[in-house]
Design a protein around this ligand. Structure first.
Ligand SMILES: CC(=O)SCCNC(=O)CCNC(=O)[C@H](O)C(C)(C)COP(=O)(O)OP(=O)(O)OC[C@H]1O[C@@H](n2cnc3c(N)ncnc32)[C@H](O)[C@@H]1OP(=O)(O)O
Ligand SMILES: O=C([O-])CC(=O)C(=O)O
Length: 377
């Protein structure tokens, strides 16, 4: 019987649910949120609009956007005990600190235990504002500084940079962060969103779903890629070395980080916006070599592109963060800031028509055998 069972390892190509949130056409390299092309959203909208679109299903009117923005801004606060928790684990990896703080918030915030759409929206909006605060507070505390208070005059992206650095960002820097968040906001049944759905499928609360998602995002095959790309760029050092680096990696059949995707067989449509960001920022900051190294890697990987191996969204983002002087271990947490609305709406969708997610594993262990008493082994 067992020989006839088809196993989809890694659930490759398996549809497990319907979703009205984002649509990915992997063969064409296209992505849309609620029917709107990622290219329109990345060039014309703001992260706040995209959050509203993802969570409420439609683009907001000006009045709706103002109300939503006010909700996000009024949620920019953390209980004092969260700063104590961050201080207690300040030497840890920022993703571990972030996950721990969100988990602690579950035990402190009113209504965090309530399961249902209304509570998920309210808790989701609060967490969307709190996640960047936790990351920025940790960065301040581990460097011996006092966390910077949020500025209600600033947008989500500008306020993040302000809290992180303690200086007001330029309009260009704030817009680049805004676009980065838009591009990372939602991506179907990616590993972290799927994990969040598994959690919510047990009728757990939203904070639990977000903690699960954060744990899953952290690995280098998913959210950790941007950090690895930056390490690769530093290892390559100069554009002339890129081809030899790729040749050696491919010769050893090792993955070149920032390339490949479970769904896309054409270039990840989000990558082009980040590529343009690296090119422009590199020139403005007198550091064009980073872009040249990345393009050297892309050129050397061209023979594999016809097999569907292309850059993904995180091939370019790490260098942008580096040019902004952001420490490498904050790259995954930055992804988490952007992914908040995607995780929230996936959790909401899951609990709407909830079903426990529980697939099967096909047993291939030992045949039935007699138990041997401890003393006889
Ligand atoms: C935001 C995100 O999460 S995007 C992904 C970020 N992750 C990375 O950039 C890490 C590098 N990439 C990878 O490890 C993979 O491409 C993954 C994990 C993202 C997707 O993996 P899968 O869907 O399981 O693809 P799979 O591993 O089956 O690869 C298919 C083929 O492409 C090759 N391949 C996939 N990614 C790469 C890569 N980055 N470099 C070189 N070859 C690769 C595999 O070796 C395999 O070749 P084979 O058929 O000759 O054995
Ligand atoms: O969809 C995936 O598998 C990974 C990804 O690109 C994302 O989460 O943005």
């Amino acid at each position: 019987m067992s020989e006839n069972v088809k196993i989809n390892r890694g659930l490759k190509g398996v549809y497990f649910e319907r979703s009205g949130v984002s649509d990915i056409d992997g063969s064409k390299g296209e992505l849309s949120y609620r029917g709107y092309s990622i290219h329109d959203l990345a060039t014309k909208s703001t992260f706040e609009e995209v959050c509203y679109l993802l969570i409420h299903g439609e683009l907001p009117t000006a009045a709706e956007l103002a109300g939503f923005d006010a909700q996000l801004k009024s949620a920019r606060s953390l209980p004092a005990a969260i700063y104590d928790i961050i201080s207690a684990c300040k030497d840890g990896h920022p993703m571990d600190v972030l996950r721990t703080a969100v988990s602690a918030l579950a035990a402190m915030e009113p209504d965090s235990q309530t399961v249902g759409e209304e509570a998920f929206v309210a808790n989701g909006i609060r967490l969307t504002s709190q996640v960047p605060m936790i990351i920025a507070a940790h960065e301040a505390i581990r460097n011996g500084r006092t966390p910077v208070a949020a500025d209600p005059a600033l947008s989500h992206a500008a306020n993040w940079l302000w809290m992180l650095k303690g200086t007001k960002p330029s309009a260009e820097a704030a817009r680049l962060a805004d676009v980065d968040f838009i591009l990372h906001a939602e991506h179907g049944a990616n590993a972290s969103s799927f994990a969040a759905r598994v959690c919510i499928g047990t009728e757990a609360n939203l904070h639990g779903g977000i903690v699960t998602a954060l744990s899953t995002l952290a690995g280098p095959a998913h959210g950790g890629a941007a950090e690895d790309v930056m390490k690769m760029v530093q290892e390559i050092g100069t554009p002339e070395n890129a081809a030899a680096y790729v040749k050696e990696k491919r010769g050893n059949r090792e993955a070149v980080t920032g390339f490949g995707h479970r769904v896309y067989r054409k270039e990840d449509p989000r990558a082009r916006h980040m590529r343009e960001g690296v090119r422009q920022l590199g020139e403005e900051m007198g550091a064009p070599e980073w872009y040249a190294i990345l393009q050297g890697v892309v050129d050397a990987m061209k023979p594999y592109a016809r097999h569907g191996l292309n850059v993904n969204v995180d091939f370019y983002s790490g260098v942008i963060y580096q040019l902004h002087g952001i420490p490498m271990d904050l790259y995954v947490p930055i992804f988490a800031i952007g992914r908040m609305p995607g995780w929230i709406i996936q959790c909401i969708e899951q609990q709407r028509g909830n079903i426990l997610i529980r697939p099967l594993t096909l047993y291939n262990g030992p045949e039935p055998r007699d138990y041997t008493a401890l003393g006889d082994r």
